[in-house]
Design a protein around this ligand. Structure first.
Ligand code: UTP
Length: 460
């Protein structure tokens, strides 16, 4: 092992070897074993080019899209709903929920899915997502298996939390938890891998794109195929408003014979901080807001609307066949480089908490599969009803627990009013997905004229 480390200029990783216990030796040796040193050297050498998209940006145009409420759309919402419902009733749809992130900005000391987001119930985000799956499976009379991706940062607590909560009603046979890989952080000046502790490399999850490799390595991909799954509904743990397994969204994907379909929202401002879905040379791809020059972001059509309009909200449907095909390709997903503050041990073994970025971290993004997908398509949704990301700590400017709760309340108050209830302005209301999955179902369960002026949580 020492020779290998030396050959790659990384022998400092075992500097404190003699001070470690046998268990620590084994753990450190395992971490070292898993590192692809030539890959790390390559990523460091290419760090300035890694996020380079300049020549693509010039050719960026509008993606194939289903626009919200547009009469000229290729397919009607009704035909899409029918088609999506068929796939669900046939048991051909699975859920891929990614929850391996470290949630650093939120500053919550547990996995983000455990955050008590319910505006009235204070139920955790996981419960909202899982109840949607359970309710969907009931509605269509077929199971909807959940593949939950965790990381070494979230695995232990997440598994325990699911066990303590009886998987939030999901049958054990319909839940598969699998762990994503990690990547080491490297010193931004020297390219040397950082030590977090004497026997511990500074590792972090390898991005939500790590799902592709982890699905394969864990055997989950093969299992999905054996179960007869054809479509995989992907979403991220931090958005409690996701319409999990939306039949309409699934339906557009199926009608268009798309291999990868993504939900987007119409950007309000040219520089909105979302990934931009664009078409380049007949293929869809995402260009991050940080890579989009102002001149391109501000391009407008004749009617004044933005040309680069589609902001990704990280909800996708994948054809399983597409995932199987891409998982066999070593270069399926590039690594993105991020300059971050990473705590580390120096040569003398002193711990540092840097004040400014000192290291590079490497992550894969799942949306980088878009250019390889046939007939890829975007579907526009309303951000008010579909997108409430929990990113930041209470008190921050946006994407906070307060803003997310307010959006849940606004949506559920709207459903109640559409069902004929009178909801006093500003009253916190919340509806469990097991009580009603949508406004139509709620209408069957609420007596018209019901008056609500106290906080209330509807659940069966
Ligand atoms: P973000 O990139 O927003 O990261 O992840 P995060 O962990 O939520 O928060 P910060 O940036 O540390 O503050 C978006 C989604 O992708 C998942 C997260 O769990 C979240 O659902 N994710 C991210 C993973 O599953 N694995 C990763 O390696 C990174």
């Amino acid at each position: 092992m020492f020779e290998k480390l030396k050959a790659h200029g990384q022998e400092h990783l075992v500097r404190f070897w003699d001070e470690l216990s046998e268990t620590q030796h084994t753990a450190l040796a395992e971490q070292i074993e898993r590192i692809d040193f030539p890959q790390i050297a390559h990523l460091f050498a290419e760090r300035d080019q890694a996020n380079e998209v300049v020549e693509l940006v010039d050719r960026a145009g509008e993606p194939a899209a289903m626009r919200l409420g547009d009469q000229k759309n290729r397919f009607s919402p009704e035909s899409a709903c029918r088609r999506g419902a068929e796939a669900l009733a046939g048991g051909r749809v699975a859920v891929l929920l990614v929850a391996g992130g470290q949630g650093t900005r939120l500053g919550f000391e547990h996995p983000k899915g455990m955050f008590p987001i319910g505006p009235v119930s204070r139920c955790p985000i996981f419960q909202i997502h899982l109840e949607k799956v359970v309710a969907t499976a009931r509605r269509y009379g077929a199971s909807v298996p959940v593949y939950l991706m965790v990381s070494p940062a979230t695995e232990r607590e997440t598994r325990r939390f699911f066990a303590e909560n009886a998987n939030f009603g999901l049958p054990e046979t319909d839940l598969r938890v699998f762990c994503q890989g990690t990547m080491p952080a490297i010193d931004d000046r020297t390219g040397k891998i950082l030590l977090a502790e004497r026997g511990q490399i500074a590792l972090s999850p390898d991005g939500h794109g790590g799902a592709l490799a982890a699905l394969q390595a864990s055997g989950a991909l093969a299992e999905l195929a054996e179960r007869g799954i054809e479509q995989v509904f992907y979403f991220q743990v931090d958005n409690p408003l996701v319409e999990v397994c939306s039949p309409e969204f699934l339906g557009y994907h199926l009608l268009a014979r798309s291999e990868l379909t993504s939900q987007v929202i119409a950007k309000q401002d040219p520089k909105d901080r979302v990934g931009n879905v664009v078409e380049v040379d007949g293929r869809l791809r995402v260009i991050e807001y940080s890579d989009l020059p102002d001149s391109v972001a501000e391009r407008r059509r004749a009617d004044g609307s933005l040309q680069i309009w589609a902001g990704s909200i990280a909800v996708h449907v994948f054809e399983l066949a597409f995932l199987l095909r891409m998982s066999g390709r070593a270069d399926a997903l590039p690594f993105h480089v991020a300059h971050k503050r990473v705590p580390f041990l120096d040569e003398q073994g002193r711990a540092h908490q840097p004040e400014k970025p000192n290291a590079y971290k490497f992550e894969q993004f799942i949306f980088d599969l878009l250019p390889a997908a046939a007939n890829a398509l975007v579907v526009e949704v309303d951000p008010k009803t579909h997108f409430a990301p929990l990113k930041n700590a209470p008190g921050a400017a946006d994407d906070t627990p307060e803003s997310v709760r307010a959006q849940i309340v606004a949506l559920h108050a709207d459903w109640l009013r559409r069902a004929g209830a009178e909801v006093a302005d500003g009253t916190p209301v919340e509806i469990s997905p097991l009580f009603a999955l949508d406004a139509e179902q709620l209408r069957e369960r609420i007596a018209p004229g019901t008056r609500i002026s106290q906080p209330i949580y509807f659940r069966p």
